[in-house]
Design a protein around this ligand. Structure first.
Ligand code: IPD
Ligand code: CA
Ligand code: CA
Length: 267
C-alpha cells in the first residue's frame, strides 16, 4: 500500500466528515421524517442526506474506489484495493431524541484490512483521525490509551444491538459481570465515539456484539494507533466482517475478554 494514497484519502475523509457533520448539526432538533428500519432501528432524512454528501465526494475524487455505506449499501468493484466504509450518522437514536452524542464515521480499508479512519463529532468540533503507522489524533493532539492495569479500576462502556430484545439474557449476563468486576459501566449510544473514548484514554474498555462494519471500521484503526488492542470475543483476531468487538487499552484486554466471555462460570 502506498502511504501517500492513504494520506490523500484520509484528508478527503476529514473534509467530507466535517461537511456531513455540519449538515447534521443544522438538522439537529429539526428532523421532520423519522422511519423505522426494524422494530426500534430509526433512520431519518439526515442519515440519508449525510450519506449522500459523503458518497458524492468519494465518487468525485476516487471514482474507482468501492463504497460500503449503512443506508445505501455497497457499490463499486469488490475486487478493488480501496473501500470506504461509511456510517453517516452513528448514534441516530441520540440524534432523534436531542442527545448530543452522535458522529460521522468514515473508515478506509485496503485489500479488506482497516488502515485509516476519521470520526467527526460535530457537537464538540472534534475530528479524530488515524492512518496505519502514523498514530491517532484529535484536532492536532496525539491520542494515547489509558494506563490502567486492573479491571476493578476501569471504566467500561458497552452498546446494545437493535435486536436486543431477542438476546437480552445474553447481554445482561455480561452486564452483570461488569457490574461485579469493573469500577463503572456506561452506555452512551454511539459506537464510534465509544471507540474514540477508549483511544483517548477516557474509557478503558468497550465491548459490543452484533456490530456492523461501518460502526467499527474507523474506530478500530484509531484505537490501535493510540496503543490499544481490538479483538473479537473469545480472544479471536479482529475481523471487520464479524460482528463482535472488544476494544481496550491493551493492559486489561485479557481480563475484559474473560469477563465478556464469562470464563470461569458455568454456562
Ligand atoms: C448504533 C450505535 C449504538 C450501537 C448500535 C449501533 P446507529 O449505530 O452505534 O451505540 O449500540 O449497535 O447500531 O444505528 O446509530 O448508526
Ligand atoms: Ca452505527
Ligand atoms: Ca448510522
Amino acid at each position: 500500500m502506498d502511504s501517500e494514497d492513504l494520506r490523500k484519502r484520509v484528508e478527503l475523509a476529514k473534509t467530507l466528515s466535517q461537511r456531513a457533520g455540519a449538515y447534521l448539526l443544522e438538522r439537529f432538533g429539526a428532523v421532520s421524517r423519522v422511519s423505522y428500519k426494524g422494530s426500534v432501528d430509526l433512520v431519518t432524512e439526515a442519515d440519508e442526506t449525510a450519506e449522500g454528501l459523503i458518497r458524492a465526494g468519494v465518487s468525485e475524487h476516487f471514482p474507482e474506489d468501492r463504497i460500503l455505506a449503512e443506508e445505501t449499501g455497497a457499490s463499486g468493484d469488490a475486487s478493488g484495493e480501496w473501500c470506504w466504509v461509511i456510517d453517516p450518522l452513528d448514534g441516530t437514536t441520540n440524534f432523534v431524541h436531542g442527545v448530543r452524542r452522535f458522529a460521522v464515521s468514515v473508515g478506509l480499508t485496503h485489500l479488506g484490512q482497516p488502515v485509516g479512519g476519521v470520526i467527526y463529532d460535530p457537537s464538540h468540533g472534534e475530528t479524530y483521525h488515524a492512518r496505519l503507522g502514523d498514530g491517532a489524533w484529535c484536532n492536532g493532539q496525539k491520542l494515547q490509551v489509558s494506563a490502567r492495569r486492573q479491571l476493578g479500576e476501569s471504566l467500561l462502556v458497552t452498546g446494545f444491538p437493535y435486536n436486543r430484545g431477542e438476546c437480552a439474557t445474553e447481554l445482561t449476563a455480561v452486564v452483570a459481570r461488569a457490574l461485579e468486576q469493573a469500577r463503572g459501566l456506561r452506555r452512551f449510544g454511539a459506537a464510534c465515539l465509544d471507540l474514540v473514548d477508549v483511544a483517548r484514554g477516557v474509557l478503558d474498555g468497550y465491548w459490543e456484539p452484533r456490530l456492523c462494519p461501518w460502526d467499527m471500521a474507523a474506530g478500530v484503526v484509531i484505537v490501535r494507533e493510540a496503543g490499544g488492542t481490538v479483538s473479537r470475543y473469545g480472544g479471536r483476531e479482529f475481523d471487520l466482517n464479524s460482528p463482535d468487538l472488544i476494544a481496550s487499552n491493551g493492559l486489561i484486554h485479557s481480563a475484559l475478554s474473560a469477563m465478556v466471555d464469562g470464563d470461569g462460570e458455568t454456562r
